[in-house]
Design a protein. Structure first.
Ligand SMILES: C[S@@+](CC[C@H](N)C(=O)[O-])C[C@H]1O[C@@H](n2cnc3c(N)ncnc32)[C@H](O)[C@@H]1O
Length: 223
């Protein structure tokens, strides 16, 4: 069972869902980029909860019983929220992030009733056999930021997404340094095989949205 590592300095970020329940996300004060919750993860989590997908009246959720894989999950916030909304989620990241993912699953799994969540290693560009058949949804928040990862990330999306898979990609547009170049390269490669739909702000959470954070739905082009 995942427990807190006494050598790690944690700080907790509380994220309140629309139903009033609160996720307690453990973050590390030292570590790589994945050990804190990024804004794109909050924007995407809140989008998953919007009325178009989760009716407050009927309690029905589009995500119920859907197979989802989150890439570069970091703390696991997005996948955990999806699981509380009824999805069967695998949150994935590099080996180093597994203890934090396990810890956050343990700290929040009491909020999951019909869905499920598990953590696994998935290094972009690596073998995805363990993750097949293709999921209904692939989730990714703030994963387009690292030059060397662009090609392997696109490769993973190509092999993991089937004809019916929808990739829900949320990213923060950064205008400094090499960031615009990385972003252009990523979309140039991805859009050879996928078509993209921009989600306008009015379809996002009314509070948790931002002009520099984009949400896209990406689906395989039909040839
Ligand atoms: C900026 S963080 C975003 C974390 C989380 N999605 C969020 O928005 O809070 C990027 C994540 O991608 C993961 N990552 C980077 N390169 C990766 C690779 N080659 N394979 C798998 N995950 C990778 C990092 O470990 C990190 O958790």
């Amino acid at each position: 069972m995942a427990t807190e590592d006494s050598s790690v300095d944690y700080f907790v970020r509380e994220i309140e869902k629309n139903d009033g329940s609160v996720l307690r996300m453990y973050q590390c004060s030292k570590g790589d980029v994945g050990c804190v919750v990024w804004d794109a993860a909050i924007v995407l989590s809140k989008y998953l909860e919007t009325e178009q997908f989760c009716s407050t009246q009927s309690g029905n959720s589009t995500w119920s019983s859907k197979k989802m894989i989150e890439l570069g999950a970091g703390t696991g916030l997005v996948g955990l929220v999806a699981a509380t909304l009824g999805a069967n989620v695998t949150v994935t990241d590099l080996e180093d992030l597994q203890p934090l993912l396990q810890l956050n699953i343990r700290k929040n799994e009491h909020l999951i009733s019909t869905g499920s969540v598990a953590a696994k290693v998935l290094k972009w560009g690596g073998n995805v056999e363990d993750f097949l058949p293709h999921p209904h949804y692939i989730l990714m928040a703030d994963c387009i930021y690292y030059e060397q990862s662009v090609v392997p990330l696109v490769e993973t999306l190509k092999v993991l997404a089937g004809p019916e898979t929808c990739i829900i990609c949320c990213y923060e547009q950064r205008t400094v340094g090499v960031n615009p170049e990385i972003e252009n390269r990523f979309f140039e490669l991805l859009l050879q095989d996928f078509q993209s739909e921009d989600i306008p702000p009015e379809k996002q959470d009314p509070e948790f949205n931002s002009p520099d954070i984009h949400i896209l739905h990406l689906r395989r082009r039909v040839s």
